[in-house]
Design a protein around this ligand. Sequence first.
Ligand code: PHE
Length: 463
Amino acid sequence: MLSSENPASGSGDQGSGHGMWSSRMAFILAATGSAVGLGNIWRFPYVTAENGGGAFVLIYLVCILAIGLPLLMSEILVGRAGRHSPINSLRLLAERSQRTWRWMFVGVLGALIGWMILSFYSMVAGWTLAYGWHYLGEIFASSTEALDPQGKFEGLLASPGALIFWLTAFVSLSVGVVALGVEKGLERAVRILMPMLFALLLLMVGYGIASGFFQQTISYLFTPDFSKVDGGTILEAMGQAFFSLSLGMTGIMAYGAYVPRNVNIGRTAGVIALADTGVAVLAGMAIFPIVFAHGLSTGEGPGLIFVTLPYAFNDMAFGTLFGFAFFLLLAVAAWTSAISLMEPAVAYLSETKRFTRVSASITVGVATWVLALGSVFSMNIWSEYTFAGRNFQELIEYISSNLLLPLGGLATGVFVGWALSRVIAREQLSELSDTQYQVWRFLLRYVGPVLVFVVFLSAAGVI
Ligand code: PHE
């Protein structure tokens, strides 16, 4: 997908000396691969459930449109205009706009957020590998006995050894791709396996419709009850919007550096946001009918899909096969996201003289693995240690997703909206009409920053 021998790819970027996506489609696939992952299928349903459904979903959708889409365009724009790792692109563009080079710290923050997210993300991706492995075994087992969903999940979490094993497997897979750059494999994974995941989700939605609890699901997901909303809910919804679109940590910016000149940024960002939101909503419509049909609690937390889905696979014809396919495809989706979580740090390190791409990937992988141990242990031997009611894993997830992603996004938005030269921005978005461009600029300069600021204040209880 990235062809380094052919830096310009007919894009008019001769001399950038930089790899390039082979086509607009290749970039859409990579960015969608980054966006669609555990955030849509694991995190969206459980955070929705913890925040009472309908109103949360509505606020989430508003955040995607009003803050997410303009920022998605901004990250692609900065990447393409800078053509370096996010840290260096920000520095270069700031200098070109006669601003301070210190804007590069937005990139440093992004790389750090990526590291934090990747730690717990890899642990959860490890859970999906463990489940995939379990169902694979069931397919070949001579006598299958129905899985005890609650027991299976609790058993997995109670075992640091098993968690570390699957964590290590997942981190190694991610380091492998980032280090060796098997872009062809990545492209194929996204092009073939993602539509399969999509189809499987559709099938499960069909199963949900047949279960008789679909009506209840739709009203749960889409009937807003604003009495359940407070500052904390809005913060969660905004954090989820950033998380799901991979925004605020410069991952999309890193991918943007390889976007050919002739790509229409606005339209491309729209396609990515639509695909991402579609998968999240489908996941909700697939999972909640099962929750209701089995009288399970919506307050299950991060274990929601791991506990509920096995109930459905237990009941379905060919359930073990579907279970295997589902968790395998989910692991692939997580994998294509993990790569983008690593890319900002790896891209920066490989631009310095001291690292090659391989040693940079391994370094980031090891650092991730070490931090992830904290998440692993907070599932068992450290579960007693909490701060403000949150264990280590919950704390890292909360700080990185709900606080730092919006903060990083805010900083990126302020950079593009206020500091970056208008000539550069307009040139990158040349396909937009003047009105479209003004709307984008207004959302970016005023709406996004004000919303993020107000949400922070209200979550902190100031207003
Ligand atoms: N968007 C990814 C998902 O939904 C996770 C992610 C977050 C990836 C932030 C990159 C940056 O699973």
